[in-house]
Design a protein around this ligand. Structure first.
Ligand SMILES: NC(=O)c1ccc[n+]([C@@H]2O[C@H](COP(=O)([O-])OP(=O)(O)OC[C@H]3O[C@@H](n4cnc5c(N)ncnc54)[C@H](O)[C@@H]3O)[C@@H](O)[C@H]2O)c1
Ligand SMILES: CC(C)[C@H](C(=O)O)[C@@H](O)C(=O)O
Ligand SMILES: [Mg+2]
Length: 356
């Protein structure tokens, strides 16, 4: 089969980590006899610099006409440090998610045997932790309007909005995923304070009887933030709104051992996007030191979720596991031992797949 992939490398470490994922995907298709057609397009700060728009129309057209999108990261300190900038790289990412209808962001969190000692959490707490965070991605405070400032500029406001339909489709997905896993669903909200969260609970409780074999629990987000690192193994599938999911999954990366290890798949109405959960890590840009595994594992999710090619995805995961076992790792997880460069890790993974 031939698959069309839009490649949106973006800013900072984006191009370096996407290059490693491409080595890996090329090795996979060569081995299994598929064909990939990559087309690169602009997104983020580089797109602002080149065409003045962080998600240009041509990029959107390309994504719409692709079987999957492989995404690096966006963001640049020159915008992070200038709150007055009107056009911002992050708007490109949000526009892409909205226009492609990517309402569900699947962020699997698990441990890797060779990295368990890397987590600042106790080994017995993290060993065996394995859950899926399903983050709502096109609603909530990220997209609610009005957003802005009063005329005198001295007061600012954001609006959190969720409709019952938006809540239902993501919560249903949560129930369905829990059904395929250990049958436990944790719905995370702040229903003791927020009206949107109370609607989440109401809608979730209405759906609950349709899934009698799923054990459901409701948890306030502040409690969830604490439970996540004190007892991560209690979670199977977690479903939550946009901003809570963003924050909780960065926190969850300490379970795996590094931000550079957590992949994601954004799925929904049109095509799907595969992207690491981390950002453009500007301090590492151009230094060939960033961990490419989150992006490589996102490519594994692409084979599985977008193309239904499970063996291909599994071989990528195996390659990553073996590289960790062999100690061919970047500095974030090297633990004082020899650190390999981003491209050396990519080469090692490519070679492993070629010889598997
Ligand atoms: N999806 C995205 O494109 C995305 C996600 C988050 C942040 N951002 C943007 O990225 C920029 C930087 O934001 P930030 O510093 O808060 O978040 P970040 O995720 O870029 O980096 C935070 C920290 O995580 C670690 N880290 C991240 N990626 C890593 C990797 N591949 N290998 C090793 N360590 C890694 C580093 O210690 C880094 O200092 C901002 O402009 C932000 O808006 C973009
Ligand atoms: C860059 C930012 C808009 C983005 C988000 O908050 O969704 C990022 O943190 C992520 O997790 O993909
Ligand atoms: Mg984030």
């Amino acid at each position: 089969m031939k698959y069309k992939i839009a490649v949106l490398a973006g800013d900072g470490i984006g191009p370096e980590i996407v290059a490693q994922a491409r080595k890996v995907t090329d090795a996979i298709v060569a081995k299994f006899g598929h064909e990939l057609e990559y087309t690169e397009a602009l997104v983020g700060a580089v797109a602002i610099d080149e065409v003045g728009n962080p998600y240009p129309d041509e990029t959107h057209e390309l994504c719409m006409n692709s079987d999957a999108v492989l995404f690096g990261a966006i963001g640049h300190p020159r915008f992070d440090n200038d709150p007055s900038a009107k056009v911002r790289p992050e708007q490109g990412l949000l526009a892409m998610r909205k226009k492609l209808g990517l309402y569900a962001n699947l962020r699997p969190v698990n441990t890797f045997k060779s990295l368990i000692h890397k987590s600042p959490l106790k080994t017995e707490l993290v060993d065996g932790a394995d859950f899926m965070c399903i983050r709502e991605l096109t609603g909530g405070i990220y997209f609610g309007r009005p957003q802005g400032r009063t005329e005198d500029g001295q007061t600012a406001y954001d609006t959190c909005v969720y409709s019952a339909d938006e809540i239902e489709r993501i919560v249903r997905l949560g129930f369905e995923y829990a059904g395929k896993r250990r049958k436990k669903l944790t719905i995370v909200d702040k229903a003791n304070v927020l009206a949107t969260s109370r609607l989440w609970r109401e809608v979730s409780q209405r759906i609950e009887p349709e899934f009698p074999d799923i054990e459901v629990e409701y948890m306030f987000v502040d409690n969830a933030a604490m439970q996540l690192i004190t007892w991560p193994k209690r979670f199977d599938v977690m479903v939550t709104e946009n901003m809570f999911g963003d924050i909780l999954t960065d926190e969850a990366s300490v379970i795996s051992g590094s931000m550079g290890m957590l992949p994601s798949a954004s799925i929904g109405v049109h095509t799907s996007v595969f992207e690491p959960i981390h950002g453009s890590y500007p301090q590492a840009a151009g230094k060939n030191i960033a961990n490419p595994c989150a992006t490589v594992l996102s490519a594994a999710m692409m084979f599985e979720y977008a193309f239904g090619l499970m063996k291909e995805g599994a071989l990528i995961r195996e390659a990553v596991d073996k590289s960790l076992e062999a100690g061919v790792v970047t500095e974030d997880i090297a633990d004082g031992k020899k650190a390999y460069s981003t491209s050396e890790v990519g080469d090692w993974l490519e070679n492993y797949i070629q010889n598997a």
